[in-house]
Design a protein around this ligand. Structure first.
Ligand code: ZN
Length: 262
């Protein structure tokens, strides 16, 4: 079979033997794939400087052999390096969940071009971020919007159980069930305790609604007000752990770093 062109974001790099590399990528054309880069670990000529987390590459990939799902990377060139992430460790740590979620929470070979565009615009924002609130806003918007692009969007207009609209004077809660829940429904689903939710502060709900619905270009200007970052990040990180059904160590680390420096 002929090689295919694919443009993809590097999600993970693993050495194989003395000189080869396994490269996990989220590509526009093929979704998430793993490719073998022969000589990728030490080739000075063919792949020099290309294999770093967060790099966006233009590639030729040879399809897997029968019975395998490993592509072979034939040529590659750099489309975007997101270099600014490497100039400040806080930016890099805030960006790591971007590739971690694409690696751990997407199905293999299931293309999602909007999800990829969201990841690329988020990395472009984080690599220029000047302060912790901007890092937190960029990451929160990514976390909220990727839920939509993957079909897990939060229900934010009304109680997701009884449908009572928000903003009617009654205080709603943000629940890990997937969005707003009113107090009456909360008492029913959550008789034991109060483990799974937080106050649905108006600014937070509004910001999350915007993050879930605006055009990607407009998301660049969206910010969460100071005082909403910690709570919003905590909720989104917890919801993502539930959606992914597994540990998300980079997200844990980004959340704890940002909570400490905000
Ligand atoms: Zn309700």
């Amino acid at each position: 079979m002929e090689p295919r062109r694919a443009r993809g974001l590097i999600l993970r790099l693993r050495g194989l033997g003395e000189s080869d590399l396994l490269v996990d990528m989220f590509t526009r054309e093929l979704g998430r794939v793993t490719a073998l880069a022969k000589g990728g670990k030490r080739s000075r000529k063919r792949f020099f400087g290309l294999f770093l987390l967060g790099h966006y590459l233009d590639m030729q990939l040879a399809p897997p052999q029968k019975g395998s799902d490993l592509w072979r990377l034939e040529t590659a060139s750099l489309l975007a390096s997101h270099l600014g992430l490497r100039q400040d460790f806080r930016r890099f740590l805030a960006a790591a969940p971007v590739w971690e979620l694409l690696l751990r929470a997407t199905a293999a070979q299931d293309p999602n071009p909007l999800g990829l565009d969201l990841a690329l615009t988020t990395l472009a924002r984080l690599e220029r971020a000047a302060d912790p609130p901007e890092l937190a806003s960029g990451l929160m918007i990514y976390l909220a919007r990727l839920l939509v692009e993957m079909g897990y969007g939060l229900s934010l207009g009304a109680c997701l159980i009884c449908g009572k609209p928000g903003g009617q004077g009654e205080s709603m809660r943000l629940s890990l069930a997937g969005g707003l829940v009113c107090q009456a429904c909360l008492r029913e689903i959550n008789q034991g305790g109060d483990e799974s939710c937080c106050d649905a502060r108006a600014g937070l709900v509004k910001g999350l609604e915007a993050a879930q619905s605006l055009e990607l270009a407009a998301l660049q200007r969206l910010k969460f007000a100071a005082g909403l970052h910690r709570q919003g990040l905590a909720f989104l990180a917890e919801f993502w752990r539930k959606v992914a059904g597994r540990d998300l160590p980079s997200l844990d680390l980004a959340q704890s770093l940002l909570s400490n420096i905000l």
